[in-house]
Design a protein around this ligand. Sequence first.
Ligand SMILES: *[C@@H]1O[C@H](CO)[C@@H](O)[C@H](O)[C@H]1NC(C)=O
Ligand SMILES: *[C@@H]1O[C@H](CO)[C@@H](O)[C@H](O)[C@H]1NC(C)=O
Ligand SMILES: *[C@@H]1O[C@H](CO)[C@@H](O)[C@H](O)[C@H]1NC(C)=O
Length: 379
Amino acid sequence: MVNDQVMAPKHSFVVALFLFVIINLNSFGICADDDLAHGASYIFGDSLVDAGNNNYLPTLSKANIPPNGIDFHASSGNPTGRYTNGRTIGDIIGEELGQPHYATPFLAPNCTGRTILHGVNYASGGGGIMNATGRIFVNRLSMDIQVDYFNITRKQIDKLLGPSQAKDYISKKSIFSITIGSNDFLNNYLLPVISMGARITQSPDAFVDDLINHLKGQLTRLYTLDARKFIVGNVGPLGCIPYQKTINQLSADQCVELPNKLALQYNARLKDLLAELNDNLPGATFVHANVYDLVMELLKNYEKYGFTTGSKACCGNGGQFAGIVPCGPTSSMCSDRDKHVFWDPYHPSEAANVLIAKQLLDGDPKYVSPMNLRQLRDL
Ligand SMILES: *[C@@H]1O[C@H](CO)[C@@H](O)[C@H](O)[C@H]1NC(C)=O
Ligand SMILES: *[C@@H]1O[C@H](CO)[C@@H](O)[C@H](O)[C@H]1NC(C)=O
Ligand SMILES: *[C@@H]1O[C@H](CO)[C@@H](O)[C@H](O)[C@H]1NC(C)=O
């Protein structure tokens, strides 16, 4: 009897301990699976999607100064290295696809361990398709380097998951987004500094040809590293950014012709390139994101989308469109940040990024083809 009474509590203790272990194992198991269920974004590009890599580079292109990030909730409004007031298009898309946190900048010290399975961001302000692009900033990660860095991540994923699960995860659950090309025009071909730009030695046709050939090589390298789901953005209407409109002294509804013409020339070739890769790289899907038309629509019909201006930067100084001095602690800043398409002389506001991201996620073939991002994810 005495023994039984002693036994009972002991027994239930053991049962409780047993349950405790099971529950913990279980939640651990679910967590480990759930962990990867929503896949990852591997983000390549320039300042439009840089989430902080340039913070770790000795460069003149930096965004970790206020008031950048003022509307970024995850940092309580502190600057993070994003070139906008809030989230980038890459951040918003990752969030919408259910990924547990924003893709971590490759150069950030916490870009280690299982964190990389939830996405890595290689984008860098000033970066371009060509190595020479963005030289005026001294340092930046150009696209070739970004792909080299993914090659490092690729080997780390093999170690974390084992080669076969790693290959599966990268080819089926990972979206590779590429937002590059603007700087190849703005901070290379169109640079007024004679010795810097490629314009003195190359015709527009030859330069665009070079860009497309290099990008083809870069995308093909990602394919050989098992990337299969790609979304590639074309170049926006560069002649309509506040910087270009200010230095060319245009009125609110005008855009500078040459940069837009070059962008359209590149964009036509890009569309063909993506169709060619869809045909020639088995198992790969290259989605074309028509950023040019999307941004043009926002600029032309800004009032329809709740903006009060499609020409003036919210943060910046100089000229009619605040388009000369970049955004920083001494800049003037608008009070209605979600009423401006442009945050600064070069970059869209978070409000514009939300509208663009929404179209890429759920939009129709006019803006995203041959399928949208949610369809690409579910392939
Ligand atoms: C990594 O560090 C950055 C910068 O400090 C931070 O914003 C981010 O949330 C961290 N990411 C993870 C996954 O811990
Ligand atoms: C960049 O430089 C590397 C060598 O440093 C070279 O292999 C590569 O082709 C160059 N890429 C471009 C786009 O010029
Ligand atoms: C990745 O790195 C390995 C060396 O570690 C190299 O052999 C391979 O060619 C690289 N792959 C790409 C696509 O750059």
